[in-house]
Design a protein around this ligand. Structure first.
Ligand SMILES: Cc1cc2nc3c(=O)[nH]c(=O)nc-3n(C[C@H](O)[C@H](O)[C@H](O)COP(=O)(O)OP(=O)(O)OC[C@H]3O[C@@H](n4cnc5c(N)ncnc54)[C@H](O)[C@@H]3O)c2cc1C
Length: 431
């Protein structure tokens, strides 16, 4: 039997093929900085860009290479990142808060487009729109019913596409219609990260890779940040570790649930195949609770397909085979298309499915993007940077939300295997 994997199969992200991260100076850590940011993804670098441009000396530390976390591993799909509807938010909080949170979703979406343009970051940014497909007739009906409330209190546009018109969006009959969000966008996540890294570096941020922070301790009015590479005193500390949040910040760790998110890239497909399968070049996702999301590569030669196929960190050959099975179920003509890359990363969920930004015991944080952080991590990173500066512009619709945990939860999501099995069962049984 022919192998599912190409001869040059890689377990690194497809995106790393054409991105060569800047060589970062292996200089010794300075003994002091106004601001120390922990984590060099979209959150950390956007925060750092604000603080350095606001006149504060800024150091970014990452345990791995710069951008090693989700910020160079994701699908590059850009949405408002808010998973709850106006009605759900209004019931949970009040109408004002519901509108404010939804508005932040729109702000994040429009802000990232402007930011990429103003900073002149070459990252294949495109307002391509999203097709969100219904996995069964009931889900399509629900999309219709909720279209009004999805867009209520929000500037977001959307329209339904029936099953009979579906092939104008996607070359498959596997779905039962769907909804189009024309304002959603896509980019090359690693190129975006590299551009961000360059801008931060040019602005004077000092970025140190392979520098795992092991302790943050209070010192006078500020902090001492300790790593095996040395220690730094800092006026302010920003934690930007999202799905990789560890024991150095136990309060934040108790409030985020690390979940593995997995992706594959197909080998280059024959000419014309992508034009048939994804004629509008949109990003796609579906209504399953265990959502699958996919898109063409920026050069339209491959399909990049992702989902939460496993509850444990697993062999990415295994997750690759599971994702390929789902890809084939949607596009049977891809049964013979081999997998060239299969990779994963840890996203951070929260108990209320909302992102959180704030300060606890003097430590600033922004995290918990629940699997969609390209726009929101960038946007809240920028806002937390402004908050560090004391800039009133830094205010957000998320400020002051209770960042909840659960009794006995310390950061190890022991309940995930059960939850994932349950949701997969519900997806299969169509409700
Ligand atoms: C496979 C996959 C697909 C995804 N697809 C999408 C998508 O299509 N659209 C979307 O919007 N979102 C997507 N996401 C989510 C998105 O990538 C994240 O929400 C976003 O990148 C989070 O950025 P961040 O900067 O907060 O965290 P990250 O980019 O994860 O960075 C955190 C960094 O913190 C560092 N760190 C942790 N602890 C320490 C320490 N003690 N000392 C020093 N450094 C430390 C880590 O090394 C890491 O580099 C996806 C994620 C994955 C994994």
């Amino acid at each position: 039997m022919a192998s599912l994997f190409t001869e040059d199969f890689k377990t690194d992200p497809y995106w790393w093929e054409d991105v060569h991260n800047m060589a970062l100076a292996g200089a010794a850590l300075p003994s002091a900085a106004d601001v120390v940011v922990i984590g060099s993804g979209y959150t950390g670098l956007n925060a750092a860009l604000q603080t350095v441009r606001g006149g504060r000396s800024t150091l970014v530390l990452d345990a791995e290479s710069a951008g090693w976390g989700c910020s160079t591993r994701n699908g590059g799909q850009i949405s408002t990142s808010i998973k709850l509807t106006y009605d759900q938010l209004a019931t949970r909080f009040n109408r004002r808060r519901a509108s404010a949170i939804l508005e932040e979703g729109n702000n994040a979406l429009t802000w990232i487009e402007r930011f990429v343009e103003e900073e002149n970051i070459d990252c294949n940014f495109s307002v391509c729109g999203r097709f969100h497909a219904a996995h069964n007739p009931a889900a399509y009906k629900k999309l219709g019913n909720t279209l009004r409330t999805r867009t209520r209190g929000s500037r977001l546009e959307a329209h339904l596409v029936s099953r009979s018109d579906q092939r104008s969006e996607l070359g498959t009959d596997a779905y039962h219609g769907g909804i189009v969000f024309p304002n959603h966008a896509s980019l090359h996540p690693a190129r975006y990260h590299t551009g961000l890294l360059r801008r931060a570096h040019e602005a004077g941020v000092s970025i140190h890779a392979h520098c795992p922070v092991s302790v943050i301790e209070k010192q006078g009015a500020g902090f001492r940040v300790i790593s095996p590479n040395g220690s730094v005193t800092a006026g302010d500390v920003v934690v930007a570790s999202n799905g990789y949040t560890g024991s150095i910040t136990p309060w934040q760790r108790r409030r985020v649930i690390p979940i593995g998110s997995y992706m594959i890239a197909t080998e280059p497909l024959a000419d014309g195949v992508i034009d048939t399968l994804m004629p509008r070049n949109r990003i796609c996702s579906d209504t399953r609770r265990m959502v699958y999301y996919y898109r063409p590569s920026p050069d339209r030669s491959r399909i990049l397909f992702g989902g939460r196929v496993s509850h444990d960190e697993t062999d990415t050959r295994q997750s690759g085979a599971l994702l390929h099975r789902e890809l084939k179920a949607i596009f049977p003509e891809l049964a013979g298309a081999r997998v060239s890359h299969s990779w994963m990363g840890f996203v951070a969920y929260t108990f209320d499915t909302l992102a959180h930004i704030g300060t606890h015991n003097g430590i600033h944080y922004a995290m918990g993007y629940c699997g969609s952080g390209v726009s929101m991590a960038s946007y809240l990173g920028m806002r937390i940077g402004q908050q560090v500066l004391g800039d009133p512009e830094g205010k957000t619709g998320f400020d002051g939300l209770n960042f909840a945990t659960r009794p006995l939860y310390t950061g190890n999501p022991w309940f995930l295997p059960y939850a994932i099995r349950y949701y997969k069962w519900r997806d299969r049984h169509s409700f």
